[in-house]
Design a protein around this ligand. Structure first.
Ligand code: HEC
Length: 161
């Protein structure tokens, strides 16, 4: 009996923060955790956070998603992973949901991930990045095919055929 009531007490305690946050404009802690989790497992950090992939993820959260100077060069020209901290501070949540649904960026941005993501996940991701706030510089501008970019690039091979 004692054990059961302890379990119940623990369950009530765990549920309490969510109940008290419901109805407030501030995103629930669980939603922010989900947003952080999605940023981690959907690979956003791998390209949008400088040094993340190379350091096996050892980059402080305050530096996440600040964009990268590394160019990705292929038949599409040279692209740079954008500063998402700046991007999300510019767009509204409604604009983000609409943009993600029809996302079609140049490679190697995995646009299908955004198109296929559920609305609630897109929202959680957006709200998490917004809580980090804007930081960092703008990533270099896109360079069209045939023009040489300044700075390091990863070169993709030409497609066969
Ligand atoms: C393999 C590398 C890679 C991964 C992984 C990646 N991105 Fe990107 N992303 C890019 C590149 C490169 C661009 C620039 C594309 C262009 O110039 O068209 C970009 C552009 C974007 C843009 C457009 C920003 C703007 O200023 O218009 C958004 C939004 C974005 N990415 C979100 C995400 C999110 C969210 C994730 C995780 C789900 C993610 N990206 C994962 C490489 C990546």
């Amino acid at each position: 009996m004692f054990k059961l009531s302890m379990t119940l007490a623990a369950a009530v305690l765990l549920a309490a923060p969510q109940i008290s946050l419901a109805g407030e404009a501030k995103p629930a802690r669980t939603e922010l955790e989900r947003g952080r989790y999605l940023v981690q497992i959907a690979g956003c950090n791998d390209c949008h956070t400088p040094g993340y992939a190379a350091s096996d993820g050892k980059v402080a959260e305050r530096e996440w998603l600040t964009g990268d100077q590394l160019g990705w060069q292929g038949p599409w020209g040279t692209t740079y992973a954008a500063n998402l901290r700046a991007y999300f501070s510019r767009v509204s949540e409604a604009e983000w949901l609409q943009t993600a649904r029809t996302a079609s960026y140049r490679p190697p941005m995995p646009s299908p991930i955004l198109r296929d993501m559920a609305d609630e996940d897109l929202r959680a991701l957006y709200r998490f990045v917004r809580t980090l706030g804007p930081a960092g510089e703008a990533a270099p501008a896109y360079v069209p095919p045939g023009r040489e970019p300044i700075g390091p690039v990863v070169r993709f091979p030409m497609p066969p055929g």
